[in-house]
Write a protein that binds this ligand. Structure first.
Ligand code: EPZ
Length: 420
């Protein structure tokens, strides 16, 4: 298993480009199953999760052409197997996103239950209940979701008990080809949901209200092809900005947008960062100062994103003062804490709150990545620690951060990959 060896306590300094958003690319690749003509998707990040989704579509008999810039052309009409097998779904839960489009376009779908993961039980009950409200017959047996519909799905008025990003996305996709109007109440408002809706509209879907908590979709008989580029990754953007703040450095991130991570920028401002922005870039400069501890509470967009929680815990470990970090979205998303403690961090866990008391510096140590964003927080901790940090199981990090060691090296970090 590959490891990352990180030499610490050096301020990051430099410019990097941000890749396309993983959590936008995944639903948009699934949405290509809805079209009767080829759909071309650009600005896809080179990530293991994207490769897994492409492999899943290929396994289903969908024809794909990929060019050297990871631009993918998908022909859904060649589909042969309406099944997403356990062996692929278990490696990437977001495979559940093929359920809605496959059912809506081809009338049936068999998708392995994704099961839980390190950060929580991650149920998909709201995906299933919404599709049943649209007239689907769904049987869950043998670890598979077996869904069928006689003719088109029917438009329905759906109330989501919990704000769920992929739940909203699955139902949004299914509703585009349903007969009649669908309203999704308490819908997720994330930028990636908006990006998916904009791509569906480019394919001929009739959608309004995306980005608000009430989305209205008038079903159409068919969707045509289009070319679409996914939006920049706001979590990758935030991760590099937090790394700059924690190391007291200066970093400019390019090919990104400031309007998709405002809650994060506000917290970095509170930490004492000097932030300037342009049409497609954000610059953070600590002017050599130690960050101030911040307190925050994660919640669905536009509140502070749960995907940035672990990175801020890492910054707080070396900040001035004490910060309280409350995680309200997932039930087990503090696994980075015990690893950070091994590096000398002072963190108390009280239920879903981490109380982090800043120390002058951490000490490098061998640590283990447990999930995608936890691994990012360990890399940040390694960058600020005295001595070397060896991060194991970095296959987690390769799922969500394109070329992380190259991008960090561009910023002056001492970091290299040790093949396992
Ligand atoms: C998406 O996961 C993201 N993944 C996650 O990013 C992100 O952390 C999460 O949204 C929250 O923002 C993708 O978009 C591919 P949820 P998702 O359904 O959709 C409960 C990363 O690091 N729930 O919004 O699976 C659930 O238990 C990943 O890039 C139900 O109860 O998350 C959780 O408590 C990690 N029933 C809450 O909703 C359901 O049917 C939010 O989960 C569905 C969800």
């Amino acid at each position: 298993m590959d490891k990352l060896l990180i030499g610490g306590s050096k301020p990051l300094n430099g410019d990097i480009r941000i890749s396309g958003a993983k959590n936008s690319a995944l639903p948009i690749l699934a949405a290509t199953l809805l079209a009767d003509e080829p759909v071309t998707i650009g600005n896809l990040p080179h990530l293991n999760d994207i490769t897994t989704m492409i492999e899943l579509l290929g396994r289903m008999g969908v024809e794909l052409m990929i060019d050297e810039k990871m631009c993918v052309e998908v022909h859904a009409n060649t589909i042969k197997h309406l099944t997403a097998p356990y062996e692929l779904v278990k490696t990437m839960r977001a495979s559940i996103l093929v359920l809605g489009p496959m059912l809506a376009h081809f009338g049936e779908a068999e998708v392995s239950l994704p099961g839980g993961c390190a950060i929580g039980s991650r149920p998909v009950d709201l995906h299933i209940r919404g599709l049943e409200a649209m007239g689907a017959d769904i049987l869950v047996e043998g670890g598979y979701i077996k869904a069928k519909t006689n003719g088109r799905l029917k438009g329905a008025h759906i109330y989501m008990d919990t704000v769920t990003v992929t739940g909203t996305e699955n139902l949004l996709m299914a509703a585009t080809l349903a007969d009649g109007k669908t309203v999704i109440e308490n819908a997720a408002r994330e930028p990636e949901v908006i990006d998916l809706a904009e791509c569906l509209i480019a394919m001929g879907a009739d959608i309004r209200g995306h980005g608000s908590s009430t989305i209205e979709i008038n079903g159409v008989p068919r969707l045509h092809g289009c070319r679409y580029n996914v939006l920049p990754d706001r979590v990758e953007t935030g991760t590099y900005l937090v790394a700059a703040a924690a190391t007291r450095g200066r970093v400019r991130v390019k090919d990104t947008r400031e309007d998709i991570l405002e809650a994060v920028l506000l917290k970095l401002d509170e930490a004492g960062a000097h932030i300037s922005t342009g049409p497609d870039w954000i610059e953070l400069d600590m002017k050599g100062a130690r960050p101030k501890a911040v307190s925050l509470r994660t919640a669905p967009y536009p509140a502070f994103p749960t995907d940035m929680q672990a990175q801020f815990v890492a910054m707080n470990t070396v900040a001035e003062g004490t910060g309280a970090i409350v995680e309200t979205v997932f039930e087990n998303r503090f696994m980075h804490v015990q690893e950070l403690r091994r590096m000398g961090a002072k963190i108390k866990l009280e239920g879903n709150t981490a109380i982090v008391e800043g120390v002058e510096s951490l000490t490098g140590a061998p640590v283990m990545a447990t999930d995608l964003r936890a691994s990012a927080s360990l890399v940040i901790a390694g960058l600020v620690a005295e001595g070397d940090t060896l991060v194991d199981r970095i296959y987690h990090i390769d799922r969500g951060y394109e070329c992380i060691e190259e991008k960090m090296q561009l910023l002056g970090a001492k970091i290299r990959r040790l093949p396992g």
